[in-house]
Design a protein around this ligand. Structure first.
Ligand code: ZN
Length: 204
């Protein structure tokens, strides 16, 4: 099984940063994606970065890369969320998305990711109270043939979330929740290490 790790946007994408400019989504998601990819590789998993470049790669091209992979694969696309007004906002927390037409395997992967996020102490946002993930036709999920999940790893325009996302503990929590969920998905056992707790937006 090939594990494709996607990172949102690119160095040349306008906006997509925290109001104070300390967190750029393209850069932060690449840090997380690269660390996650090498951790999975160290465990012997065929993990690959879908977009190793710093520049943005159009979504159709990303999907074409994923669809050109030979053999069974899954895809996880790592993003940072924003309420999007260009100033500090109150929305906070973590969530996972699948395409509305997603199959059972994408939904299983999304549930595993959400469950690890919750175990790590994150507030998991829900679109519907009885479902751990959201449905939305994001191109990267909609256009890829393999099971694909997009994760929004807290809000870069929520001050508390942003501080936490930039912290070593925050990054470690995000990396390891993806690592553990992917290992579970593949039927492997995470073993020792990598367990972190953290709660962004405490008090929200
Ligand atoms: Zn994004």
């Amino acid at each position: 099984m090939i594990v494709l790790i996607d990172n949102g946007h690119g160095r040349d994408t306008a906006g997509k940063r925290s109001p104070d400019g300390r967190l750029s989504e393209w850069e932060w998601t690449r840090q997380i994606a690269r660390a996650l990819c090498s951790r999975l590789q160290r465990r012997g998993i065929d993990a690959r970065l879908l977009v190793p470049e710093d520049e943005d790669v159009p979504l159709r091209q990303r999907a074409a890369r994923a669809n050109a992979v030979a053999g069974p694969a899954i895809l996880v696309s790592i993003h940072a969320n924003a309420a999007g007004m260009g100033r500090w906002m109150s929305a906070s927390g973590w969530c996972a998305f699948v395409a509305p037409a997603a199959g059972l395997e994408a939904r299983r992967l999304a549930c595993l990711l959400a469950s690890e996020a919750e175990s790590a102490g994150l507030f998991v946002r829900r679109q519907e109270c009885d479902r751990d993930y959201w449905e939305h036709p994001w191109a990267i999920c909609r256009l890829t043939r393999c099971p694909a999940v997009l994760t929004e790893n807290c809000f870069m325009d929520n001050h508390a979330d942003c501080q936490w996302m930039l912290s070593t503990k925050g990054k470690e929590t995000i990396i390891s929740l993806h690592e553990t969920a992917i290992l579970h998905y593949l039927g492997l056992h995470p073993g020792a290490g990598g367990q972190s707790v953290g709660s962004p937006g405490a008090g929200d």
